[in-house]
Design a protein around this ligand. Structure first.
Ligand SMILES: Cc1ncc(COP(=O)(O)O)c(C=O)c1O
Length: 375
């Protein structure tokens, strides 16, 4: 059997008439950039988050650095995040001209460990960027408290956890803004690139709107800005998909539960941890081998058996030679948990359109590997 890592085409077929109808509407409207479909989707996205503002931008990376710039963060400022995330989280800090400071993640959830943040705060620190990694929210109440104590801004990198929530809190409600990515492989993904910022702050809404459109909200009048807009065609695709995101995430949770139940006896690897009261929307279902030496052979075994598994992320940002070290970017304290995660992580296929037989096949192959390697 072959089990793919993604279900994009199956998803398209499942709601093809809704997507095609919205594409047709945009094409017939004659308005493709900052047109009515984008406005409609921005309103739907804001309502979905129960927030007043949503701004569509070019991608999830732009969403972060446009927000940093909108909040006045740039050269000379430090932003705290963690190194076991997609490169873009730190890249966006770099693009904004600020300095990234990395602290370790929580060993269980892999999100930023709030207990590590205060040691990294200096007079230059302006913001914290927690990432809701793999689909589970970071500990936002603890992060909010630290931010309040030190007068810091908070930007949630929510590229991976749309429709998740924590125990008693929602995304975008305990921060200055939350950013998201709509690249195809995300839980809410378009057929290409896209991103958005959601916020409760009117000033952030206005500034991001200006920055994404050449500093202009009136024809021929400009201030400092860029071109980073979400096209109306993508907004139409996303508007069709947004109606399904909650049910799709429920299916992800269902497959995660099936994986966890099926794999609970494994001796050579550990399973994802869901915090009580949290809705983990399983952008990724990540297991970790107990022995780092097992990771690559286990991945090869899965691949040889037709299972497309991947790693997220096998090179943590502090080991990326391409990052501008030497301009103040640094690690504070040990990042042993992030290191361990990078060396042992394996992401199993996870998407709403999986079939029960596919999930059961992945479970069977994982158990076969486990049996052969457990002592
Ligand atoms: C955690 C995280 N942050 C930022 C991004 C950047 O989003 P994009 O690829 O849309 O620029 C991604 C995904 O690609 C991501 O997973």
């Amino acid at each position: 059997m072959k089990v793919s890592f993604y279900g994009h085409v199956r998803q398209y077929h499942n709601i093809q008439s809704e997507i095609d109808a919205n594409i047709h509407t945009v094409l017939e409207s004659g308005e493709y950039v900052q047109g009515p479909m984008l406005k409609k989707f921005e309103k739907e996205l804001a309502d979905f988050h129960n927030l007043p503002y949503a701004i569509g931008v070019g991608n999830g990376t732009d969403a972060i650095w446009l927000t940093l710039m909108a909040l006045g963060i740039g050269p000379g400022d430090e932003v705290i995040t963690h190194p076991n995330t997609f490169f873009a989280t730190a890249e966006a800090i770099w693009i904004a001209g600020a300095t990234a400071v990395f602290v370790d993640c929580d060993p269980k959830t892999k999100c930023i460990d709030p207990a590590r943040i205060e040691a990294a705060i200096t007079p230059k620190t302006k913001a914290i960027i927690p990432v809701h990694l793999y689909g589970q929210c970071a500990d936002m109440p603890a992060i909010r408290q630290i931010a309040d104590r030190h007068n810091l801004l908070v930007i949630e990198d929510n590229a991976q956890a749309i429709d998740a929530h924590g125990d008693g809190f929602r995304i975008g409600h305990l921060s200055d803004a939350a950013t998201t990515s709509f690249i195809i492989q995300k839980n809410l993904g378009t057929f290409g690139d896209g991103g958005a910022v959601v916020t409760r702050r009117a000033d952030v809404d206005q500034k991001v709107r200006l920055l994404r459109n050449h500093g202009s909200n009136k024809r021929n009048v400009h201030s400092f800005g860029f071109n980073s807009r979400l096209d109306d065609l993508h907004a139409g695709i996303l508007s069709a998909k947004l109606k399904h995101i909650h049910a799709w995430n429920d299916l992800r949770i269902q497959w995660a539960t099936r994986y966890t139940e099926g794999l609970k006896t494994a001796k050579t690897f550990t399973l994802p941890v869901v915090r009580p009261g949290y809705r983990h929307v399983f952008h990724l279902y990540v297991i970790e081998t107990k022995d780092p030496a097992h990771r690559d052979p286990f991945l090869d075994f899965l691949t040889q058996n037709g299972i497309d598994a991947k790693t997220h992320y096998s090179i943590p940002i502090h080991r990326q030679a391409g990052f501008p070290w030497g301009k103040g970017a640094r690690i504070v304290g040990s990042v042993v948990n992030a290191e361990k995660n990078a060396a042992t992580c394996i992401s199993l296929p996870m998407y709403p359109e999986l079939e029960p037989a596919e999930v059961d096949y992945v479970i069977a192959k994982c158990l076969e590997w486990d049996k052969a390697h457990a002592h």
